[in-house]
Design a protein around this ligand. Structure first.
Ligand SMILES: Cc1ncc(C[n+]2csc(CCOP(=O)(O)OP(=O)(O)O)c2C)c(N)n1
Ligand code: SF4
Length: 249
């Protein structure tokens, strides 16, 4: 009897992520939601530029590759051309909160009926660990070797808080995947973000606080602790907007 298996919405391709990187966990949660909601045949994902650029090899649904940061605009086109499609984007923080800020804000304010999975690991992973808009004050990166100086580089962008000021979006929640309890909450949030789209409710974004042990210069275990000690205090978990559920932080 098989008690644990790969979700059907993931292909058999081995993931290329570094040891301890939580992109893989987030892929799995998205795939489980697709399986459980029975939407694989009509789901289209939009892959970003970043470490998860090859998401098109990992999800077994149809996938489209967007130019860096443009995934919400591409998803808008796919969804509007045939609203029976279930469309999700999967984006890192460099992709969504830096080069793609405009697309993110405008898709949210239009309340586009899409699902956005936003992976915040506080750094540019793929290109070798440069400072991201989400890098923490004082965080050492390749481009802030003495730590992020907020006088020089400004403060980190808190995407859920920023978007919650807009009237448009239906649902914004920040979750983490650094322990079992958080993974279970992340799964529920991701599933809800897809359910909202199925029910025609509109723009649903789940920010997942993630790890990059390679560019943080840590062991996988220390990276999970760093999420608790540094990321979550700066990026508090919770629901930031839920227009139908009326549950707001
Ligand atoms: C137009 C354009 N500008 C810059 C790049 C270089 N680039 C590739 S990935 C990336 C950052 C990705 O970081 P993030 O979105 O945080 O994802 P991660 O790799 O951390 O998962 C950058 C700047 C590019 N590919 N295209
Ligand atoms: S560089 Fe960072 S984000 Fe990219 S796969 Fe490795 S650990 Fe994950």
């Amino acid at each position: 009897m098989i008690v644990f298996d790969k979700p059907k919405a993931l292909t058999d391709a081995p993931l290329h992520y570094c040891p301890g990187c939580t992109h893989g966990i987030i892929h799995r949660l998205v795939a489980e939601a697709i399986d459980e909601l029975g939407i694989e045949g009509k789901t289209i994902g939009v892959a970003p530029v970043g470490c998860s650029v090859m998401a098109y090899d990992y999800f077994s649904c149809d996938m489209v590759e967007a130019a860096h940061g443009r995934a919400p605009a591409v998803a808008t086109g796919i969804k509007r051309s045939d609203p029976s499609n279930i469309v999700f984007t999967y984006q890192g923080d460099g992709d969504l909160a830096s080069i793609g800020t405009a697309e993110t804000v405008h898709a949210a304010t239009r309340n586009e009926n899409i699902t956005v999975i936003f992976v915040n690991n506080a750094i540019y992973g793929m290109t070798g660990g440069q400072m991201a808009p989400t890098s923490l004050p004082g965080q050492v990166t390749q481009t802030s070797p003495y730590g992020r100086d907020t006088k020089l580089c400004g403060f980190p962008v808190r995407v859920c808080e920023m978007l919650s000021e807009l009237e448009g979006p239906e649902y914004l929640e920040r979750v983490a995947v650094n322990n079992v309890k958080n993974i279970k909450k992340a799964k529920a949030a991701i599933k809800k973000a897809f359910e909202n789209q199925i029910n025609g409710k509109g723009f649903s974004l789940v920010e997942v606080v993630s790890t990059c042990p390679t560019n943080w210069g840590m062991t996988p275990k220390d990276a999970l602790k760093w999420v608790d000690d540094n990321m979550i205090p700066y990026y508090p978990l919770g629901v930031y907007k839920d227009r139908s559920g009326k549950e707001e932080k």
